[in-house]
Design a protein around this ligand. Structure first.
Ligand SMILES: [Mg+2]
Length: 356
């Protein structure tokens, strides 16, 4: 099989409501869809979600696709994914979300060729995974209302954004805990927003007042490796690295230096499924559990995270809720939600239909 034609289609998708975290607020998200056509009539779809975190935009992704990826892909065998990944990593620096979009399109073709859903082709460890649903930064009452609404819709794991102002954050998280009761899991994510001292004060106060936090994600700036290590050493709540765990090498360094208890791998940061699976192997061998998270990803991108998370044992956490946040996604199928779990499609490949 050979790839005969490729195209990149950027679209701007509107969110249901503005989404705020410690370092930004967004109302729309650019998702760049990649369509890879083959001489066997199989078409693979992938999607890149550029972000400030990845230092990419819709324009940079579309441009690098035309000048970098196109020549590598045209005429190549799409099932030789490890070879293509090696060539891409050698020839193209950075651009991780573009790499992720291309990589998942190759896996979509592989799954369609094999007539198997991707998560089964990759090992099929589980058929579904519980996902958190994110509560963005807002006034306290708005955050509590949103948390109650999510729980009423069947979600029993919340990821509460914090990292702006400790007193506000403590009030919001305690308010959410008392509103949703003790059974709901609460993870918090500061998106690099605290200093070491503030992070410790917030988490110690929350624990003393019974907030019962399951995971504390990226409390301090990504570049301060040893602040994160210090919190990990001092804090009773498990610490998860997200922004600190950017590339495959970052993940290796984090694990080797015992910087965090857990890592959040996002396909858009690490450059796709192939690299995510490698990072997960490092982590598993070191006894470090992994979460698969997402950016502002339409189902076209997020679905690859669902298949990856379900394929292997060591990815025990998922934060795969972004597809719910869009007004009009252009993708159908892929994954469904039930009782707080996200379930990959049993159709071949990623199992999506793209209306573009
Ligand atoms: Mg995070």
């Amino acid at each position: 099989m050979r790839i005969t034609k490729v195209s990149a289609i950027p679209i701007e998708l509107e969110l249901n409501e503005p989404f705020s975290i410690a370092n930004e607020t967004v109302e729309t998200a650019v998702n760049v869809f990649f369509k890879l056509e083959t001489d066997e009539g199989i078409t693979g779809w992938g999607c890149a979600t550029p972000d400030t975190v990845t230092s990419e935009t819709g324009e940079t992704v579309t441009a690098i696709f035309q000048v970098g990826f196109k020549d590598i892909l045209i005429g190549s065998d799409p099932t030789r994914i490890n070879l293509l990944n090696e060539i891409i990593e050698e020839k193209i620096q950075g651009n991780p979300s573009a790499k992720a979009g291309v990589n998942m399109a190759l896996y979509d073709i592989l799954g369609k060729k094999a007539h198997m859903p991707l998560y089964r082709l990759l090992g099929g460890y589980k058929e579904k995974i519980e996902t958190s649903i994110t509560i963005g930064l807002n006034p306290v009452d708005v955050m509590i209302d949103r948390a109650k609404d999510c729980v009423s819709k069947g979600f029993s794991c919340l990821k509460v954004k914090c990292g702006m102002e400790p007193d506000h954050d403590i009030e919001a998280i305690l308010g959410i805990r008392s509103a949703v009761g003790p059974q709901v899991k609460i993870r918090i994510d500061a998106n690099e927003g605290y200093t070491l001292e503030k992070a410790l004060r917030v988490v110690e106060t929350l624990e003393k007042l019974g907030a019962d936090i399951e995971i504390f994600e990226q409390p301090t700036p990504a570049k301060y490796l040893f602040a994160l290590k210090e919190i990990t050493a001092q804090c009773s709540v498990p610490i998860m690295a997200d922004e600190t765990a950017f590339t495959l090498r970052d993940s290796l360094r984090l694990i080797k230096l015992e910087i965090a208890d857990m890592i959040n791998i996002k396909l858009m940061k690490i450059g796709g499924i192939t690299n995510a699976l490698k990072a997960n192997v490092y982590a598993e061998l070191a006894g470090i559990p992994v979460m698969v998270g997402c950016m502002n990803e339409s189902m076209g991108a997020m679905v690859a995270g669902v298949h990856t998370a379900c394929a292997v044992k060591n990815i025990i956490y998922a934060d795969l809720d972004s597809a719910i946040d869009f007004k009009d996604d252009v993708v159908k199928g892929g994954a469904t939600y039930k009782d707080g779990f996200v379930i990959p499609s049993e159709r071949p490949g990623l199992g999506i239909e793209v209306d573009l």
